[in-house]
Design a protein around this ligand. Structure first.
Ligand code: GDP
Length: 595
């Protein structure tokens, strides 16, 4: 996947004619290098790949197997230059690492949440800098979404994108990566709105909480006040007879941080964190990006088993090979164990954060995983998961309530709770005063909740995010209307209302005839996204030419569910083939806007 590549920028370079017709190439080669080696115009080569079903740009990396048939069309046979090296490496690693890691104790994975400026980043930096894993000191730290430290001989993994956005969007995707949540509260500021949101996230995900009261070095620090506020929010600390561990720290000068790390290990011990007994190894994608030279780099946390160089990788129904792996200090490693964050090379399509990724050295297991992923349909279907209503006998609906002023919270809460009957139940996940924000939407997505606003505005971005993640969101000015609607939902009487929304725009950058009268439009997404379920409206000079369904949506060679802003893809549309460069594709979709 290449951002902002421009096909017209290709500069042709003269290369000498190969007399033999046999080219030795590495297992991966960029399209421009291959064009140069074969002495063909890169645009011609791009078109030929397109005819073979691959959407490629000039700087894309091509695997040997993909290049082989296309090179043949230009009269070249290809041979693998580093064939022997890569085979030796693979067998060495595979024979070494057959240990079974099932049911083994694994390091805890920790997320740090809290209000802005309360010191999350400072804490993450401090822990990392003063506790690097033995042997790694001196290496330049890499930000790969998570890092691991060693304390008293035990490892701890920290997710290093602080804040509940990252945390809840992972949860919304079904990835439950976090074992322990640290809620950072600045001692000079006390509990603030985002602290409450963080507490709601932690509670709704049933993950143990450790409270870190930060900035105890600050002149205005008041730890007692924070403890009091905690108790007012149902978090009674151990010192006061409760079960919440609370540690005073200074992320700035390091005071109390060892105490915090010790407590993390204690909670991990109590939680008895073990790998699950699964065949094959599994990880979760934290983030992914395309590097112009290296190709796709994905940060992954290993959940189960061992990831080894040479393994088959499966994401969804796509298979690749694990070509290289780096730890959080950028060091190349051959294998990675549970709870370890690694950056991996080898995927041919950009995965999404939260995707499951499987690794195995056994081809049969790989085929099995692909088959299961295909039928399982464990893909990301928020629309189904977040229906908000359970299908059991008890009808239950999760709600997030936002009101204009603190004073109206309690009446709205208690009226809603008053709707509870023997077989219907309202669960209020979070309630606060203020506008409906993106983080409310994320919390709703993560906890199957619907958002109710009472006399309160929508903050920028919240509606878009709610639409994208199929979170139901409604605002009211009159309380009985709110109660009526919820009553109707509880009774299951109300029908959903659908609305047509524009999800994105793309520009056609190239058109390819693939025979039988079918044209592929090579496009670039300018904003939003195009999904394989989009209805596309095709515009030329602001006039609509056509409206219809997408037949195929590809990124590179793969069928994909969506292509996002800044990326390229190729599509065919049922019943339309007459694209020209510059046509605008507007992607529409139908979403549920209310019950
Ligand atoms: P975040 O928004 O939660 O990630 O907060 P930051 O880590 O960026 O910290 C916000 C500000 O608080 C920065 O100016 C930090 O230097 C400061 N800060 C963080 N921890 C401490 C601390 O323990 N003591 C004091 N005095 N300041 C701190």
């Amino acid at each position: 996947m290449v951002k902002d590549s421009n096909i017209s920028d290709i500069s042709e370079e003269e290369v000498s004619q190969n007399s033999e017709g046999i080219l030795e190439i590495p297992s991966e080669i960029t399209l421009s290098d291959l064009a140069n080696l074969m002495n063909v115009n890169a645009v011609e080569l791009i078109k030929e790949f397109m005819r073979n079903g691959y959407m490629l740009a000039i700087n894309d990396v091509i695997e040997f197997d993909v290049a082989l048939p296309v090179a043949k069309i230009f009269g070249y046979s290809l041979d693998l230059a580093d064939k022997r090296d890569s085979m030796n490496l693979k067998s060495a690693v595979l024979s070494e690492g057959s240990d079974d890691e099932k049911g083994e104790i694994r390091p805890p994975i920790v997320t740090i949440l809290g209000h802005v400026d309360h010191g999350k980043t400072t804490l993450l930096d401090n822990i990392r800098n003063s506790n690097v894993v033995a042997g790694e000191a001196g290496n330049i730290t890499q930000h790969i979404g998570a890092y691991q430290v060693e304390y008293n001989g035990s490892k701890i993994t920290f997710l290093d994108t602080p804040g509940h956005q990252a945390f809840s969007s992972m949860r919304a995707r079904g990835a439950h990566l976090t074992d322990i949540i640290i809620i950072v509260i600045a001692a000079d500021d006390g509990i603030m709105p985002q602290t409450l949101e963080a507490i709601a996230h932690a509670k709704s995900s049933n993950v143990p909480i450790i409270v870190a009261i930060n900035k105890i070095d600050h002149a205005a620090a008041d730890q007692e006040k924070v403890k009091r506020q905690l108790s007012e929010n149902d978090l009674l600390i151990e010192e006061w007879g409760g079960d919440v561990i609370c540690v005073g720290i200074s992320a700035l000068n390091g005071d109390g941080i060892n105490d915090l790390l010790e407590n993390i290990l204690v909670v991990a011990e109590i939680s008895d964190l073990k790998t699950k007994a699964l065949i094959g190894s599994k990880g979760i994608v934290l983030e992914a990006k395309t590097d112009k030279r290296k190709g796709i780099l994905a940060s992954v946390i290993v959940e189960n088993g061992v990831f080894q160089i040479g393994d088959h990788l499966v994401v969804g129904t796509k298979k690749n090979k694990l070509r290289a792996m780096f730890d959080d200090s950028g060091k190349s490693i051959l294998e990675a164990f549970p709870s370890t964050p690694v950056e991996i090379l080898g995927l041919s399509a950009l995965p999404n954060a939260g995707d499951s990724i499987y690794a195995t050295n056994d081809e049969k297991i790989m085929e099995q995983i692909i088959k299961e992923n295909d039928t399982d349909d464990d893909s990301y279907k928020l629309s189904e998961i977040h229906s908000g209503i359970e299908s059991s006998d008890i009808r239950s609906i999760n709600l997030i309530i936002k009101t204009d002023v603190q004073g109206s919270l309690e009446p709205v809460r208690s009226s809603l709770e008053g709707l509870n009957t023997e077989d219907t139940r309202v669960t209020i996940i979070h309630s606060a005063s203020g506008g409906i924000s993106e983080s409310d939407v994320l919390l709703a997505a993560a906890s199957d909740a619907m958002i109710l606003g009472f006399n309160t505005p929508l903050e920028p971005g919240a509606l878009t995010l709610a639409t994208q993640s199929n979170v139901k969101l409604k605002s009211y000015n009159i309380i009985y209307q709110l109660l009526d609607d919820i009553t109707n939902i509880m009774k299951g009487l109300a029908d959903p209302v659908y609305e047509d929304v524009i999800e994105g725009h793309a520009t056609v950058r190239a058109v390819f005839d693939i025979g039988k009268g079918t044209s592929v439009a090579g496009f670039y997404v300018n904003d939003g996204k195009i999904t394989n379920e989009s209805i596309v409206h095709i515009f030329r000079d602001q006039k609509k030419l056509f409206e219809g369904d997408i037949h195929t949506l590809k990124h590179l060679k793969d069928d994909v569910k969506e292509v996002k802003t800044g990326f390229e893809g190729g599509l065919t549309v049922n019943g339309f083939n007459d694209y020209i460069e510059g046509d605008v594709i507007e992607a529409h979709n139908t979403v549920v806007v209310e019950y």
